[in-house]
Design a protein around this ligand. Structure first.
Ligand code: FES
Length: 238
């Protein structure tokens, strides 16, 4: 679906600007899904190709319970430098596959391999609502985490993977070869429960033009992050 949003304010998350975007509740991306967004007037291309220069954006926290005119979400960094409060956005989505937190999950681990964990933290409200314990592994933990989140170092990875009954990860596409070594067949890391991974890669057309820029090497076949992902079951890739 397509619609409009407006940037209500910019806030600093982990020292980087993030945008609070007001939009219709139906446009708010669930954790791991994304919107293609571009600023009104930022591109003179005809409406048929509105997403060619669009940014793919993710939520780190949604505010769906307010009225349709005031609801929206906090968009995880990075955002385009030209975005300022009051900027009107053309939005397309939500697109792609997001995280499927099992309702029975009681021990959840979030792992951000090479970036800040903001896209993963979009899961936090759902995790806490179902009274699950949550561990976070990342290099630079944010300083505004709720006390329920137990931060662990990367050196605890093996133990935490064994503890969790659901794991959500975030990694750049370039990290896949290393992840295949870590989690692939015969690897030393055992994953006891379900595991999913968000692959960060440019997704300029969101599947509209079949550009192939977002191709990801799957375990059996190539996958498109924009349509088959950006969240994959870990065993689809490793
Ligand atoms: S972004 Fe163009 S095919 Fe995926």
């Amino acid at each position: 679906m397509q619609g409009e949003g407006i940037i209500e304010e910019l806030v600093l998350l982990d020292g980087k600007p993030a945008a609070r975007i007001l939009c219709a509740p139906s446009l708010i991306p669930a954790p791991g899904r994304y919107l293609l967004a571009h600023a009104n007037g930022s591109d003179s291309r005809p409406a048929l190709y509105p997403s060619v220069l669009a940014a793919s954006i993710f939520s780190t926290k949604s505010f769906p319970d307010t009225s349709a005119s005031a609801g929206g979400f906090l968009c995880a960094p990075p955002i385009p430098e030209s975005w300022t409060p009051g900027t009107r956005l053309n939005l397309r989505g939500p697109l792609g596959h997001g995280f499927d937190l099992p309702v029975a999950a009681r021990r959840v681990t979030l792992i951000a391999f090479d970036d800040l964990p903001r896209r993963l933290l979009a899961l936090l409200d759902s995790i806490l609502r179902q009274d699950a314990s949550v561990a976070l592994i990342c290099g630079n933990p944010p300083d505004d985490l709720p006390p329920e989140v137990e931060v662990q170092p990367m050196s605890a990875l093996a133990d935490i993977c064994n503890w969790a009954d659901y794991i959500a990860m975030d990694a750049a596409r370039g990290s896949l070869p290393e992840l295949k070594k870590m989690f692939g067949m015969g690897s030393p890391l055992g994953v006891r429960g379900e595991a999913q991974i968000l692959i960060r890669t440019p997704m300029p057309c969101g599947g509209l033009a079949e550009c192939g820029v977002c191709a990801v090497e799957g375990r059996k076949d190539p996958q498109l992050a924009c349509e088959d992902g950006p969240v994959f079951d870990l065993n689809e890739l490793t």
